[in-house]
Write a protein that binds this ligand. Structure first.
Ligand SMILES: Nc1ncnc2c1ncn2[C@@H]1O[C@H](COP(=O)(O)OP(=O)(O)OP(=O)(O)O)[C@@H](O)[C@H]1O
Length: 258
């Protein structure tokens, strides 16, 4: 059996005169942390939006766990098994941390609207199980003690970790993190790195957009570099760092030495 989790071939997306993505292809294997880097406007977020159903691609083929999928709508992609976080945190700010994670978990549960309206025994048992799992996930990302706080009252770093817990709650085949370290201080970044490492060790597969080159190079098994929508390099962090095009377009002489 193939251990490829996500296979994207020739993904393209145009906005008016801007070719935001031009035949971009990546293959991510089970248990990998895969990095997507590139300068501002390179097409990283567009790629995320395409694979998660937010943007309809102009072209490309998409497979998740060996099964073709059409990234046509966000909820279908979530059901197919991709969960994501956003560059600009998107939590329900007035709901508690626990409730935010429980919402994520509902993607995977059976009781429909009628069960919820009539509060059937099946629904109640399921709610209990969802709550228990959500508490576990909050502990897992290190914010268990904030379970009953409203999301908006958490620190920035904790909100990012809450987003990760919510994404994990869907039991995704692939978890896509959009700049998880943005706005974090050094201490928070160290904790984040440990968390991503743990998620990988626990058997998950991760796609990561990140501007912090050190974090990307330290964490990722493979990296794709985009520039003006084109894939200018693909390989291990060591290979990519040596690539002339990458040094020119993005890393710069100062970064290449790290
Ligand atoms: N909804 C949209 N409408 C029009 N143009 C868009 C849209 N989304 C992205 N673009 C354009 O597509 C190109 C790629 O943008 P994208 O946001 O994917 O880059 P990025 O690599 O994620 O950049 P950043 O690091 O700044 O987040 C840019 O030129 C951007 O202006």
């Amino acid at each position: 059996m193939s251990n490829v989790v996500l296979k994207v071939q020739a993904a393209s997306k145009r906005f008016g005169g801007v070719q935001a993505l031009s035949d971009v292809g990546i293959t991510i294997e089970q248990g990998q942390v895969y990095g997507l880097i590139g300068p501002n406007g390179a097409g990283k977020t567009t790629f995320f939006n395409v694979i998660t159903g937010l943007y309809v691609p102009d072209g490309g083929s998409f497979e998740l766990g060996g099964v073709p999928y059409k990234p046509a709508a966000v909820h279908l992609v979530a059901k197919a098994g991709i969960a994501r976080t956003f560059q600009n945190i998107r939590l329900f700010p007035e709901m508690t941390a626990l409730e935010n994670v429980m919402v994520g978990r509902h993607v995977r549960t059976g009781s429909g609207l009628l069960g919820a309206v009539f509060r059937t025994p099946g629904f109640k048992a399921e709610e209990k199980a969802i709550e228990a799992r959500a508490r576990e996930l909050l502990e897992y990302v290190g914010i268990g003690k904030h379970a009953d706080f409203r999301a908006r009252t958490l620190s920035y770093g904790d909100q990012r970790r809450l987003e990760i817990a919510r994404a994990l709650a869907t039991d995704p085949k692939l978890i896509a993190l959009d700049e998880p370290a943005a706005g974090m201080n050094q201490t928070e970044k160290v904790v984040l790195r440990e968390l991503i490492d743990r998620i990988r060790k626990d058997g998950r597969t991760i796609l990561l957009i990140e501007h912090d080159v050190k974090l990307v190079m330290g964490l990722c098994d493979r990296v794709t570099v985009l520039d003006y929508g084109k894939q200018i390099a693909e390989g291990t962090p060591a290979e990519v760092q040596k690539n002339e095009k990458v040094i020119e377009a993005y890393l710069g002489a100062g970064h290449a030495a790290h």
